[in-house]
Write a new protein. Structure first.
Length: 169
């Protein structure tokens, strides 16, 4: 019940998707630091990678006009975990320079598809109440606001909106 590289398309609309590896973690942390996410850091991502078949961790790279990957540089990533027939999406981030090109949407849709394929009934995530751009992305991918967690985030303190999507049809 794990995501395998063979289950992923090699490229979608000029975006190469692959499983995150330990070799990707420095770039993942770099993206995290420039994206305003709650800081996980290298150790937390490494631990998630070691959790085995419960995690869904992908990276995306953009292809150039010639179809080559841009120096193999990671442009975006997503980290989720499967448990209790649910997919919990922990982090989605895109390098600032590559935003508004559909990378976040492609990765999020892929995670939702994988969750469905692996038998999850629903997907959940928390998003800062003030992050309208992320909320719009999640809504475009079929997630709806289902609740609020007061003072969930720190630095700065902010409520989280809980968003969810049904995966079984």
């Amino acid at each position: 019940m794990t995501v395998t590289q063979s289950a992923l398309p090699q490229a979608v609309a000029g975006i190469s998707i692959s499983l995150m590896t330990e070799h990707d973690l420095l770039e993942v942390v770099e993206i995290e630091e420039t994206s305003g996410l709650s800081q996980w850091g290298w150790d937390a991502y490494y631990h998630e990678l070691r959790c085995g078949n419960r995690n869904l961790m992908l990276v995306g790279r953009l292809a150039t006009a010639e179809g080559e990957l841009q120096q193999q540089k990671i442009a975006a990533y997503i980290v989720a975990r499967l448990g209790a027939e649910e997919v919990h999406i922990n982090n989605v981030a895109v390098r600032p320079h590559y935003r508004r090109r559909g990378l976040g949407s492609v990765l999020l849709r892929r995670i939702l598809e994988e969750g469905r394929r692996l038998g999850a009934a629903a997907a959940f995530l928390e998003v800062r109440a003030g992050n309208a751009a992320a909320q719009a992305l999640y809504q475009r991918c079929g997630l709806l606001v289902v609740g609020r967690r007061r003072n969930y985030y720190s630095n700065p303190t902010e409520d989280a909106l809980i968003m969810s999507a049904e995966l079984r049809q």
